[in-house]
Ligand binder design. Structure first.
Ligand SMILES: NC(=O)c1ccc[n+]([C@@H]2O[C@H](COP(=O)([O-])OP(=O)(O)OC[C@H]3O[C@@H](n4cnc5c(N)ncnc54)[C@H](O)[C@@H]3O)[C@@H](O)[C@H]2O)c1
Length: 248
C-alpha cells in the first residue's frame, strides 16, 4: 500500500499506459480519477474497479474541461495529491513538411497545452496543501527521435523541458515534478507509431530495444508508483527512461 491515503488524477486513464497506472495506483491504496475524453470507457472502468475509482470525461486540451476535471476531483476526494499528465496523441508517420496543420494542432493541444492547463488548474491547490507530485508521460521520442514522427517527437521534448522547469520552480512549494520516457509499448497507440502493424515492423522496432521487448502498461504503472510515492521524496526534475535500454 505504497500510495495509501493519496488521491490521484490520471489523464488518458481509460486505455494503455494510463490504465496500467490507474490499476497500479488502486492496488497500492490510492483513490483515482480516470479522466479521459472517452467518458463512457472511463465510466465503465471505474464501475468495474469499485469505490476508489471515479470517472471524469475531459478534453485535456480544452481549458474549461480541465477546470471542471480539477473541481470534480477536489469535490470527490477533498484533495489532489498526484496528477498524471498521460493523455497523448500522435500524427501518423509522415515527412515533417507534410503533416497537416490540423494534426499539428491536435498534437500541440493534447501533448503540450494540456500540461499548462492542468498546472493552471491544480498547482494553486497543491501550493495551498504544501505538497504534490506531478508526473508527465513523455517519451523516448523526446530524447532519441525516430524519423517521420517529428512534431510528436518535438512535443515530448517540450514536455521533458517543461518537467524540469516546473520542478525547479515548484520544489520550494513541496511539489515534485517528474517525467517518464516510455519506449514503444503494447497499447492501442502503437500501431500509429509503426504505421502498419506487421511482424516485420514489430521486429524492426524491437531490434532497437536492448531488452528485446515492447514496454507494457504494467512497466509504466510500476515506474509511476515509485516516482509519485513518498519513497521518491528527494527525486524531482528527472525524465526517467522506461525503455529497456533503447536510449543508451
Ligand atoms: N504506446 C507507446 O508506444 C508510447 C511510447 C511512448 C510514449 N507514449 C505516451 O504514453 C501516453 C499514453 O499513450 P498510450 O500508448 O497508452 O495511448 P492510448 O491511445 O492507449 O491511450 C491514450 C488515452 O488518452 C485518451 N485521450 C486522447 N486524447 C485525449 C484528450 N484530448 N483528453 C483526454 N484524454 C484523451 C484516449 O481516449 C486514450 O484513452 C501518451 O502520452 C503517449 O504519447 C506511448
Amino acid at each position: 500500500m505504497r500510495l495509501a491515503g493519496k488521491c490521484a488524477i490520471v489523464t488518458g486513464g481509460a486505455s494503455g499506459f494510463g490504465l496500467g497506472i490507474v490499476d497500479k495506483f488502486l492496488a497500492e491504496g490510492a483513490r483515482v480519477m480516470i479522466a479521459d475524453i472517452n467518458g463512457d470507457g472511463a465510466a465503465a472502468l471505474a464501475a468495474e474497479r469499485g469505490d476508489a475509482a471515479h470517472a471524469q470525461q475531459v478534453d485535456v486540451g480544452h481549458a474549461a474541461s480541465v477546470s471542471a476535471m480539477a473541481e470534480a476531483a477536489i469535490e470527490a476526494f477533498g484533495q489532489v495529491d498526484i496528477l498524471i499528465n498521460n493523455a497523448g496523441v500522435t500524427h501518423l508517420p509522415t515527412p515533417l513538411d507534410e503533416v497537416s496543420e490540423e494534426d499539428f494542432d491536435r498534437v500541440f493541444n493534447v501533448n503540450m497545452k494540456s500540461v499548462y492547463l492542468t498546472a493552471r488548474a491544480l498547482v494553486p491547490h497543491m501550493k495551498a496543501n504544501g505538497s504534490g507530485a506531478i508526473l508527465n508521460v513523455a517519451s523516448t521520442a523526446g530524447v532519441s527521435p525516430r524519423p517521420n514522427l517529428n512534431w510528436y517527437n518535438a512535443s515530448k521534448g517540450w514536455m521533458i523541458t517543461a518537467t524540469k522547469a516546473m520542478a525547479v520552480e515548484l520544489a520550494p512549494k513541496g511539489i515534485r515534478v517528474n517525467a517518464i520516457n516510455p519506449v514503444a509499448g503494447e497499447t492501442p497507440l502503437l500501431k500509429s507509431f509503426m504505421g502498419e502493424d506487421t511482424p516485420e515492423v514489430r521486429a524492426k522496432f524491437i531490434s532497437t530495444i536492448p531488452i528485446g521487448r515492447f514496454s507494457t502498461p504494467e512497466d509504466m504503472g510500476n515506474a509511476a508508483c515509485y516516482l509519485c510515492s513518498d519513497e521518491a521524496s528527494m527525486v524531482t526534475g528527472v525524465a526517467m527512461e522506461v525503455d529497456g535500454g533503447r536510449c543508451i
